[in-house]
Design a protein around this ligand. Structure first.
Ligand SMILES: [Zn+2]
Length: 237
């Protein structure tokens, strides 16, 4: 009976307030998701169309064995709008949708699938400085990581205090790589190396730009004697 009433209420609410995709505004029949199937499957350009490259033609630092992004960032476009909704409009379930999609992509990536399946691995979302965290109320990279973990259920998620960000950097847009690297030097502090030692650490973030942030985090993680690092992001700028 309760189930019937719940379904009736849901039916009425779907007629009065039809669920729409936050990206394209079309009706979204997937009640657990913010994004429709089209936006998740086809709207954005693949950054790695064959889904088999190890990196986006950049030199990876020692210890970083792969850098994989799902889509190409479209400055001023719909993907940027979507990231904005996630970050600043607190539509945090977008992060779960994107993380799950990233997890599914990695499942089909021959090298990454093998690495993540065969080696004990932990997921480390890029930490936010506590002031930014307090202001925003959540870390978007953590939401993406949570979605990723729903696909990779054997992987543990590092505790939020394991590695913290001690530098509250402003946006680095427009800075040279040299300046970005200088700004990010010693930006992270390792609090609990035991969570990372011997592990393949899967760093997750929203957008990969020059690598200044994720590479610095990788160096911090490797000091904890992590086995190696993989960097995964939703987008590649
Ligand atoms: Zn859509």
């Amino acid at each position: 009976m309760k189930e019937l009433i719940r379904n009736m209420i849901k039916g009425v609410s779907d007629i009065v307030f039809p669920r729409v995709c936050v990206c394209c505004g079309r009706e979204n029949t997937e009640c657990q998701r913010q994004l429709c199937s089209f936006c998740l499957q086809e709207r954005f350009a693949d950054a790695n169309p064959q889904n088999n490259r190890i990196s986006s033609d950049i030199l990876l630092p020692a210890g970083v064995i792969a850098q994989h992004a799902m889509w190409t960032f479209d400055k001023g476009g719909e993907l940027q709008d979507l990231m904005h909704l996630l970050k600043y409009e607190r539509l945090t379930t977008i992060g779960l949708d994107l993380g799950r999609k990233l997890g599914e992509r990695v499942r089909k990536h021959p090298f990454l699938e093998k690495k993540l399946s065969r080696r004990t691995s932990v997921i480390l979302p890029v930490p936010l400085h506590y002031l930014k965290y307090r202001y925003r109320g959540f870390n978007q990279a953590f939401k993406i990581a949570r979605g990723f973990q729903q696909v990779w259920t054997d992987l543990a998620l590092c505790e939020r205090t394991c590695v913290v960000r001690r530098k509250n950097t402003r946006t680095q847009t427009g800075f040279s790589l040299e300046k970005r690297l200088k700004n990010m030097k010693n930006a992270f502090r390792l609090n609990d190396p035991s969570q990372l030692a011997g592990q393949l650490v899967v760093i997750i973030d929203d957008v990969f730009t020059t690598g200044a942030t994720t590479f610095e985090l990788a160096q911090t993680v490797l000091k904890a004697e992590a086995h190696a690092v993989v960097i995964l992001t939703v987008a590649q700028a």
